[in-house]
Ligand binder design. Sequence first.
Ligand code: BG6
Length: 489
Amino acid sequence: MFYKKLDNFPKDFLWGASSAAYQIEGAANEDGKGPSIWDKYTHEKGNTYKDTNGDVAIDHYHHYKEDVELMAKMGLKAYRFSVAWSRIIPDGKGKVNPKGIEFYHNLIKDLRDHNIEPVLTMYHWDLPLNLQEKYQGWESRETIKAFRKYAQVLYREFGDEVKYWVTINEQNVFTSMGYRWGTHPPKKHDIKAMFLANHHVNIANALVVKDFHQMVPDGLIGPSFGYGPVYPKTCDPNDVLAALNAQDFNDNWWLDVYCRGKYPFFTKKQLTDLGIMPEVTAEDQKILEDPEAYPDYLGINYYHGGTVQQNRLEKQVDDQKDERKFNKVDPYLMQPKGDKAQNPEVPMFNNVENQYVDKTKWGWEIDPTGMRIALREIYEKYQLPIMITENGLGALDIVKDGKINDTYRINYLKDHVKAMKEAITDGVDLIGYCAWSFTDLLSWLNGYSKRYGFVYVDQNDNENGSLKRIPKASFSWYKQVIASDGNDE
Ligand code: BG6
């Protein structure tokens, strides 16, 4: 901080909170919903912590009215949720399921009736299973076609009711976890497949953004990207160069494509040399570079950054397979192992610990200044309005006398709210903040014990909780932040 006085948050700032369909809805087989890759994955033994799944989750499908009531009580200005593709089109590509459409119409209406701005995410990882089984999911261009059709259904149905749209959630995370680290479906260990699937997601993203601009001219659309700034371990120019490499590999690789329609030259050259760069046809390039396919704003999910040094690991890359499994090792900080073509970043940079920041119980760095740095970097490069679409603390919450006194979460969020205020004072065009998450929910790999919500939900790793909702201390704190337009944190 170097200002004596910070600017205020804009009056129309979207103070919000987030969720994702698979993590909250439950009702996995109800009202015509088809299975998704996550429904299958969580039912195969050993894939998730204590084999937890989203069959019931926190049963938001049946409790959405109560949840929206609580949002209204809090004074929430925006709520980010995702639509389950297989609720809308059960097999991913065929008939539309009217019951699925109805559910989201009801939810959106309820939000609007309470003056809460819906922020709709079209894809938060729950690909319809049929597309995976029939076409190998994102490895096939058939999935691009199916996604485009699904998006058009959403635009037609909800285009008049929803202004803020998110195309894809954390493309960097689900492609790496699914195709490289084998910890998400489709559980592969094949980096070439990862870059191919990723390229297809890029094309799908560009096509649906372009369609959106034609079909929902008054709306705003962008991806939600999991961004982390990269720090060099020392000022040794070789470490600084490693940080530059890491930023290209971890961040520019996605954001440059979304916002400029081009893969950044450095990483592209490395992947090409290793024979793992996907083919980009002239037609693909045209689709990506069409300015109509560029986002209107950027959704950024910020948890923390990373620190790197020049390569010192080439020979001794540990096998962290077991640790990785339940995400004890942060997904953003996976350390590669083995074969060169499968681990292109090893010569470019190695991930190391940052001695200047604390960590959560799950080993995630706590770095609010990194959020200001992230906002500055992104805004400087892409000059687009930014919405923080996720940020929050995963912690074990204890209920005592019917209350949850989560001061650790309040402190975490307070520091991040301050970092946003500083970024606004720096001149960043920040339009909203959706904390992760509104209610407690299912953590993809960590079950129900790693909680993020403002609202405690009585659900547990045996999946037999009462589902009772209890606002935590952080609920009242955030209510006050919102009521004071962020000036009273
Ligand atoms: C983000 C995802 O990567 O991190 C969320 O978009 C997820 O869906 C969140 O829940 C927290 O991750 P975790 O593993 O702690 O639940």
